[in-house]
Design a protein around this ligand. Sequence first.
Ligand SMILES: Cc1cc2nc3c(=O)[nH]c(=O)nc-3n(C[C@H](O)[C@H](O)[C@H](O)COP(=O)(O)O)c2cc1C
Length: 165
Amino acid sequence: MSTAIFFASSTGNSEEIANKIATNLGGIEVFDLAGTKVDKINDYDKIILGGSTWGDGELNDDWEDAWGDFCKLDLSNKTIALFGLGDQESYSDEFCSAMGLIYEHISQTNAKIIGFTSTEGYYHDGSKAQIEDKFVGLVIDEDNQSDLTQERIENWVNEIKEDIL
Ligand SMILES: Cc1cc2nc3c(=O)[nH]c(=O)nc-3n(C[C@H](O)[C@H](O)[C@H](O)COP(=O)(O)O)c2cc1C
């Protein structure tokens, strides 16, 4: 089975990042949870899940809507990588926390989670997506550090490529 990206995006930033990751991985499939039933994930054994944080450290709306069904999926033996978008300036205490909420759930399954990244270069105060000095996936801040986005994507893709394809 092949690899696919599933994302949800409120203003389009996560969509743009999902498409860039897909391109960097050689053109894998991309699904927007706004128009895709989350159980489509069953068709893939390797998946990348992404989206932005809204509210104050919450899942965005389309992830929230999919959440109940997502939690019912059997993720055992899947390889999963995560990416998250947030704003470390305005939401410094809950930077990209939604990615942490997704991680929290999948870490209780038998999924293999890959793609942790260094927190170096970010200046937030707190995040549910952080464990010690690592984020649990790729973290993108289009609001404050969009100049670093391409490089962050490329480095991350190079790191996960072998395991996620
Ligand atoms: C009302 C509002 C609440 C937000 N809450 C958070 C937050 O709690 N943590 C965070 O890191 N970013 C937060 N953000 C920033 C968004 O996650 C960020 O702009 C992201 O790039 C949006 O991506 P999207 O277009 O894919 O939804 C918030 C933005 C808005 C407008």
